[in-house]
Design a protein around this ligand. Sequence first.
Ligand SMILES: Nc1ncnc2c1ncn2[C@@H]1O[C@H](COP(=O)(O)OP(=O)(O)OP(=O)(O)O)[C@@H](O)[C@H]1O
Ligand SMILES: [Mg+2]
Length: 251
Amino acid sequence: MNAPLLKCNNLRKSFQSDGNEVDVVRGVDLEVSEGDFTVLMGSSGSGKSTLLYLMSGLEDVSGGTVICNGHEISSMKEKELALLRRREMGFVFQAFNLIPNLTLLENIMAAGFLGDTPKEQLESRALALLESLGLGDLAKRLPSQVSGGEQQRAATARSLINSPKILFADEPTGALNSASGKKVLDYFSSLADEGQTIFMVTHDLKGACRGNRVLYLKDGQIHGEYRFDDPSLSLEDREKTLFSWLVEQGW
Ligand SMILES: Nc1ncnc2c1ncn2[C@@H]1O[C@H](COP(=O)(O)OP(=O)(O)OP(=O)(O)O)[C@@H](O)[C@H]1O
Ligand SMILES: [Mg+2]
């Protein structure tokens, strides 16, 4: 078997709060293989976002290691790490952070890792991404001139401009109505079908059943893992079986 794309060993994170040390991530072992669409669920405050930040090097670990594509990110310098993040990781966060005075197209291009890529090529890739998310007609608009859902989709397009090895998404449909949410999820499903590795945090059952496995985090530890083994199952049936499993987990 191939080495996993991302591997966490005994990952820990504590925060100081009012002079007390609070353990938020408490010994997580986790592997993400290439092509996995992993979903992370768990109640609010269970440590999901923190775990995602540790896995992507956005937050320093208190203990344990994260190895991404052969690099131990916990021991990398900030500059190296920033480059690794930019080249190999994509991010979609609930607060989408588009730059307000750039158009959607410019926002996406600005995240592009130019390297040897000519600007025209970057632009046509950015446009293609916008189009595949149904935003082709809005490329020249500023973020303030489009809806929240459209901004979220633009942020999704931006996260993919550098063809990341792994796409991290923290509640990518959290702020969306169900129609916009469905568009983003359909797009994630199509990316997964093409082999894109995705690691997504969500509270949403409809989102979760798009993955091929679901991890349940409880008090900073992985409490259970569910795998969808039957690819012929409809989304509706996936939702039903996942729901029963989640209830068993204490959801
Ligand atoms: N920088 C920080 N300093 C202190 N405590 C923090 C910090 N960041 C997070 N926490 C605490 O760690 C716990 C886990 O936070 P985290 O954001 O990972 O939860 P979550 O599972 O993503 O929750 P949600 O579903 O509400 O987004 C929470 O109790 C939170 O208050
Ligand atoms: Mg969170």
